[in-house]
Write a protein of this length. Structure first.
Lengths: 133, 146
């Protein structure tokens, strides 16, 4: 009788332990998942920043920016150039403003993860027009 | 046959649970702290890079404004002195002129993008030449701690 009561108490304790362990595990898994997501976003931001800087500088220095984008592997989707990378995507939009003295060439390089914009780097260059004095 | 019996006394399972959960919590906390600081560092770095690029873009826009003034001034400017006088009279806001050099600053927190361009004589096709385009960082504030 005494032995049976002890076994029952042990069983109840084990059940309670399993129950609390499951609750703790559920909470901890969520926290781990959140940390992993943050790490992934940080890595994507870092990569997008480095790649975006390279592209922005290349676009600034180039006379034929579209050739530069094609060389990087960008594909054109309407007015936007898109490049899919591991964990993020790069988008480049362009806008040119003609003035009396020259052209203001604006490029915007954005790093995107899902719907979230990680970084946006503007690359603007003024190309003066030759005006006879 | 000598059979050893493993006895699991009352409370042993609870004790093991507490130890395991505490260890997991500790790992979780360290992981979260590391991930968060990584994320914050990356975000701050990306924000600073973005702002520096915005400054560069602004400086190019200012150069475009200045160039428009130069084109107008060149239209009926005879010699270099008359040209410089005309430019000086209609210099865009925020720019200063010293001899044949025009300078302006793009501020960002404790950093400044200092821009200096030289105005070339009206006879030349090129109107300006970059002399300086650098990001200057001010001294750290007093409460700065290494």
């Amino acid at each position: 009788m005494k032995e049976g009561g002890r076994a029952n108490a042990l069983l109840v304790e084990l059940l309670l332990v399993i129950f609390f362990f499951m609750i703790s595990a559920a909470i901890l898994v969520q926290v781990f998942a959140d940390a992993k997501l943050k790490s992934r976003t940080a890595a994507a931001t870092n990569s997008a920043m480095l790649e975006g800087q390279n592209i922005a500088e290349d676009l600034y220095g180039s006379d034929d920016p579209e050739a530069v984008l094609a060389e990087y592997g960008f594909t054109r989707e309407g007015d936007v150039w898109v490049l899919e990378k591991k964990g993020y995507a790069l988008r480049v939009t362009s806008k040119s403003e003609e003035t009396d003295s020259g052209t203001l060439r604006n490029y915007e390089v954005s790093g995107i993860e899902g719907e979230k914009t990680l970084i946006t780097l503007p690359s603007t260059r003024f190309i003066p027009k030759e005006v006879s004095p | 046959m000598n059979k050893r019996k493993i006895a699991l006394g009352p409370g042993a399972a609870s004790l093991i649970l507490i130890i395991v959960v505490l260890a997991l919590c500790m790992m979780c906390m360290l992981n979260q702290i590391s991930a968060r600081s990584d994320y914050n560092l990356c975000s701050r770095s990306a924000e600073m890079v973005q702002r520096v690029y915005e400054l560069n873009a602004q400086s190019e826009q200012k150069l475009a404004e200045l160039d428009a003034v130069l084109v107008e001034a060149r239209k009926d400017a005879g010699n270099m002195d008359a040209y410089l006088k005309k430019v000086s009279a209609s210099l865009p806001k925020g720019m200063t002129m010293e001899e044949d050099k025009v300078q302006w600053t793009e501020p960002l927190d404790n950093r400044n993008l200092e821009c200096i361009v030289q105005l070339l004589p009206p006879e030349e096709k090129q109107r300006t030449k970059w002399i300086s385009h650098k990001l200057v960082v001010d001294e750290p504030e007093e409460d700065w701690e290494w």
